[in-house]
Design a protein around this ligand. Sequence first.
Ligand code: ZN
Ligand code: ZN
Length: 665
Amino acid sequence: MNQFAPREVPLRRLEIAVRGVVQGVGFRPFVYQVARANGLSGWVRNDADAVRIEVQGAQDALDAFCEAIRCGHPPQARVESVEVRQIGVEDGVVGVFEIRTSDERALARPVIPADLATCPACLEEIQSPGQRRWGYPFTNCTNCGPRWSIIRRLPYDRPRTTMAGFAMCPACQAEYDNPADRRFHAQPIACPTCGPALELLDCRGRRLAGGAEALGRAAEAVLAGQILAVKGLGGFQLVVDATNAEAVQRLRGRKRRPHKPFAVMFGSLSAVEAVCELSDEEARQLCSVQSPILLVRRRAGQRPEVVEAVAPGNPYLGAMLPYTPLHHLLMAAVGRPIICTSGNLSEEPMAIDTEEAQRRLGSIADLVLTHNRPIQRPVDDSVARVGPSGLQVLRRARGFAPLPIILHRTAARAGRGVREQVILALGGHLKNAVALGLGAQIIMSPHVGDLDNVLSMEVHRRTVEDLVSFFEVTPELLACDLHPDYASTRHAEQLAAAWDVPLIRVQHHHAHVAACMAEHGLDGPVLGLSWDGTGFGTDGTVWGGEMLVCHRAEVRRIAHLRTFPLPGGDRAVRQPRRSALGVLFEAFGDRAADYLAGQFAPGEMAGLLSALKCRLYCPRTSSMGRLFDAVAALCGLPAVISFEGQAAMALEFAADPGELACYDI
Ligand code: ZN
Ligand code: ZN
């Protein structure tokens, strides 16, 4: 026998279903390339519930293929499960692998990807003279770029995004059609020839410049201390030189935001490290595809490059890296850290179109750097920090929304054929977000904000309409907060009546614990410590320091903080001294006045004391937030504040062992 004769290699064929965030993230081209690299034949296709693959070849090659699917997939894909089944070998041309088109009806409910930060390959292109996308602020590929902020309808194809108005040039079309290209089926694909373009406007809307000149003049204005409004990925932002104290103060004055910390964008990781201490995990999160604003600790004892007024009295800084080519180019031109904050006045929502920005930001910004790619819906920056158990998202928006939270128990039931229910939950009054339950998937809207004014209420309404129409569902059940006067509660009541569906009112702190259980896949019983500002309790008092035992949908309040009266109710939120007075009155009665004499005008104190005695407008509360406020006021920290949580933050920083003296005991 000739030992050099090729041995017959036995062929096998596998059917593979990959579930998770695997559509619209370059997964099919990735599968195609791995199959080709391993000499495998077969096909890949998007189905409603999964990416389906059939693949045929030698055992070694199949093993390598499966390993790559599990571990080497594109970074923004989230593989939740890979099911592999051996099936019969098929005849066919060896080594031919194809990407099959998907059945549109089958694609009705795939997982929608979130917006992704610029990938290293695109960054290199925009920085390389001679490349056709050199200096182009709207460069993207299947691994990066806008998604949720531009999708109008499903399935996710260019004509159903805000890129519909931009016809691809032949060069972009060729990349779009080439399965071996990084831009194969990249829906927002664009270049200087065919894509969106920049424009610089003055505060009255007059055009000053376009393209590279617009960017250059915008950067000069920032360096000169001016305030620039920039149309970012999911809305307008306000930008100012973070090393210029006077400019920062001017922004605070015009934005009517006296104290609340601003986020700072740095040009590179090393620029962040020059100002802040970073752990490896923090560095990794800053560079992730979500690219959140990350709360990191400022370095002590160095001449601060970023001025104190950015985050007064705060040992932390909200740091982020550029996440679109536009931000990268702007940072390169400015060459120093910038404040990059939502384009709005005080607590109003962010502006998303140029006309609106002109109207609402005209009195804040000196110049407006805008472009002609429409933003479909507002998506603010996400805010997170790294805790002992990893990333903790404090404001869930860009990079995360609308990625679902998967309820595994419900998913298992659905697998057994139990029909999935559509539930719409409208959220609370402060830091509002809306959630849509589609069976096992919970889709969360980006952070909407506080529903204190007409504009933010309008965004809340639009967010609800958007979620319902985007996923083409009719809710069968509505959920809202137990508080009868929340704007979101009243909205829920109107919708429930209009749609003729049941409305479930959920106690605020039970909702907090239940959300935590859903996020971590727990059924209970669990002991939930819900420490919060305020929420409407089932006994008519204001809750906020609760110990709840929860089991599935059941809840039992087993303990709470001792209650105390809150003079003036909600007015106490902005006046920690009122919480202090309430706590002291509970402990000492009339003598409370002796301890707080300096904090109130005499007439004011007398009025509040008589209200406390008559129990007039003095709801009792078990709120942990108000207890923190009381202690902060008693420690001599601000007696009146400009944003919720300010006093508790000041207390945390004052108690911080790493902090240098900031108040006298
Ligand atoms: Zn890219
Ligand atoms: Zn083009």
